[in-house]
Design a protein around this ligand. Sequence first.
Ligand code: ATP
Ligand code: MG
Length: 399
Amino acid sequence: MQYDHIVIRYGELSLKGRNRKLFTTQLQQNVISAIREFPNTRVQKKRDRMYIVLNGENPEPIMERCRYIFGIQSLSLAIKVENDEEKIKENALALLKQANPTTFKVTTRRSFKDFPIGSQQFNQVLGGYLLVNTENITVDVHNPDLEIVVDIREDATYLTSAKILGAGGLPVGSSGKSLLLLSGGIDSPVAGYQAMKRGVELEAIHFHSPPYTSERAKEKVLDLAEKLTYYGKSIKVHIIPFTALQQKIHREVPHGYSMTVMRRMMMRISEAVAQKENILSLITGESLGQVASQTMESMHAINAVTNYPVIRPLVAMNKDEIIAISQQINMYSISIRPYEDCCTVFVPRSPKTKPRLEKVEQFENAIDFSQDIEDILNNIETVTISADNQSSDQLDDLL
Ligand code: ATP
Ligand code: MG
């Protein structure tokens, strides 16, 4: 017996009313793209579920790959059979023998009402047949080792057994695009991942200050972005030449306030890039109270330069919770590579933890930054990390 299909269930998607088609179409595209290294597969979209037709491909690595696609609630291997009592019996028996459990139960769902036997009755018919044709296997309706689900639909009957949990959330791309401030630390990649879970497609922006920060630090960020593409789509990374502006801030702003000013510059530049790319929001890895720049006062002073929504998926999370996700999604080993970030290099010994907005504005107004910002915006390096680069070695990491 050979499984020939994978059933994909949408879960939350089914709640989405009129937008439903948009979501399922996006999910179908994302599934097709995620399993493109299995060229014989086909992805069929139905109203309430999707089927991957395996056409002879090995189901295991495909199941494993699909577990990381947002918008999927659960997955099962399936055998597609004609709507014919004998064929169903024959295949269910093969499935049971292959799984070889101690106890089982049959659950029939008959959405195709022309099938001549009702669901309750078919549970008994098939259960009885399976009992007669096997040894040492019994029925347990409450807590069976194996549940055989017989889904009788108009086009065919699908036999499934184990259900594997999917990643949940919404298909990446179904909630629009956001610009992730990606630092190379532990937090921001996790923030990006969490936003993707809610259907957000990402572009990323990284502030780079050579020679204070090395090529390696930049590579690290590109590696993180590449990992992120595994969970969604290709990602454009905008590398911002930040050195001159940071030096000027360092020279001309009182040190207690330089960090606040630097952050505000990051926000302004991020907003300008977002606007140019038709992106409507920013994402950061900030978590309340974690460091000096993440106090309520700091956030207030930094946020004041933008009207864009700033999404902070980690705002209420503890560091150990963030690290746990980082490890789970394979980012951690990259994030802890020891290359300096532009913020660490220029961070003053004692940054104000409670900066006052009027003071920051006063310091900034005394300096003309407009040319510096313009120079930066004219010299951005943009790298597109294609989701196609994701090969099976990434899959190996996860297995
Ligand atoms: P992370 O672990 O993400 O680096 P962090 O705990 O080091 O965060 P901060 O240094 O205060 O905290 O940075 C807060 C957020 O600002 C980051 O999560 C990120 O979104 C953004 N950020 C900081 N540095 C950079 C940078 N060089 N380029 C782009 N974004 C940055
Ligand atoms: Mg950092």
